[in-house]
Design a protein around this ligand. Structure first.
Ligand code: GTP
Ligand code: MG
Length: 375
């Protein structure tokens, strides 16, 4: 099964769904417009419409970004929707205290062990506050990691913008605001390092007002919280506001749907092979699920949660490290589950082939361009 029914096929082949059902009946297959069809049936039908149709159907199965969007849409109409944890991304200029804030929330000391005290990848963690789970993404503030910040803003529900009270608005503060705005994500401002003698929250607030972040006291609607990640000042107030904002957004997901997710980070591990940190966005991912991730494919071999514990399933808003892929995917790649391993492999291989083709074309292009340049 590839999650496609007569209606979907009708759309791809520009035919009435009823015609598809009838055609299938003639081919000896009883179905209705909504019933999912297996791969063989789809190919049989497509073949009956001609070679072009087969190609179109194949293209459609390989378009995992499209499948991802469809599952996202389906979740909105699902009757199985349940409340899911918010995904909150911490953004801000280098050294303004993002990792220290998360360390305080998680009771860890990541910041102290980072090379040069600088975050160089996106970290994803779940924290339980009273009885509520919140998923936090830590992003790097260093200028070099702009695309990571953009990605962080795209897969989040809320951005917490950290600004050091003794340093004020800096280039990556502005960049973070831009990323959050273009992703259409609400911003909560946390003015950090309030324990420092040079702290000047008033000045920071005035600076931020130039970027349409206006606190309620000045007639705006942006939440501002003064905090110290070091002493713990204002942290409870910040968390309360995150939960309030999350409640307003009414974040829901359908855990019964087929899982979809986005790669946060991926790497090749010497012991484990290709490893991907994935944020699950809809549905439930289970060990053994056949998956396509970007241009790679496989079967989920192991899943490890943010506390390093092996888990059998991952639910919406949960970050998990997965193994079992045939190759290392790229950050921001989409994860989609397929019904069987054969289809996942076929789609993965087709996508890898397409990617290779594109790469070759680019190389060719470049060499020709270079050639003309030197002539
Ligand atoms: P990047 O990930 O590199 O962008 O930095 P970051 O924003 O994660 O900053 P990090 O948490 O690593 O903190 C940078 C420095 O500021 C560290 O030395 C922290 O101990 C210090 N720091 C963070 N928060 C506070 C605070 O509230 N008060 C004081 N006094 N120092 C803080
Ligand atoms: Mg950091």
């Amino acid at each position: 099964e590839v999650g496609m029914n007569a209606q979907d096929l009708g759309k791809i082949l520009h035919r009435e769904p009823a015609e598809i059902v009838k055609k299938l009946f003639m081919l000896g297959i009883m179905t209705n417009q909504n019933q999912s069809l297996d791969k063989d049936t789809i190919e049989l039908l497509a073949a009956d419409y001609g070679i072009e149709a087969v190609e179109k159907v194949h293209e459609d199965i390989s378009d995992i970004d499209n499948i991802f969007e469809q599952e996202m849409e389906a979740s909105k109409e699902s009757k199985n929707q349940t409340v899911r944890p918010p995904v909150v991304t911490i953004m801000g200029h280098v050294d303004h205290g993002k990792t220290t804030l998360l360390d305080r929330l998680r009771h860890t000391r990541v910041s102290e062990h980072e090379a040069g005290g600088i975050t160089q990848s996106i970290g994803a963690y779940q924290v339980r506050i009273n009885d509520r789970l919140i998923t936090f993404l830590d992003t790097p503030g260093h200028a070099a990691f702009s695309s990571m910040r953009a990605r962080g803003a795209e897969i989040t529900d809320i951005v917490v913008l950290i600004v050091a009270a003794d340093d004020g608005v800096m280039p990556q503060t502005i960049e973070a605001i831009d990323h959050a705005k273009s992703a259409g994500v609400p911003i909560i401002v946390a003015i950090n390092k309030m324990d420092k003698p040079g702290a000047n929250p008033q000045h920071v607030t005035e600076q931020l007002m130039n970027y349409e972040l206006i606190p309620e006291a000045y007639g705006g609607s942006t939440i501002f919280v003064d905090i110290s990640a070091k002493t713990g000042l204002g942290i409870d107030e910040l968390l309360e506001n995150i939960i309030l904002e999350a409640d307003m957004l009414e974040l829901k997901a359908d855990p019964k749907q087929k899982a979809i997710g986005t790669v946060v980070e991926a790497r090749l591990s010497r012991g484990k092979g290709p490893v991907a940190d994935v944020l699950i966005q809809q549905g439930t991912l289970r060990v053994g699920d056949p998956i396509v991730v970007g241009d790679t494919f496989g079967r989920v071999r192991t899943m490890t949660n943010d506390k390093g514990r092996q888990v059998k399933k991952a639910t919406p808003a949960m970050p998990v490290e997965i193994t079992g892929l045939n190759d290392v995917p790229e950050s921001a790649d989409k994860l989609v589950v397929f019904e069987d391993e054969k289809t996942a492999r076929a789609v993965g291989e087709a996508r890898a082939q397409q990617a290779l083709q594109k790469q070759r074309e680019n190389v060719q292009h470049v060499t020709l361009d270079n050639l003309f340049d030197t002539m």
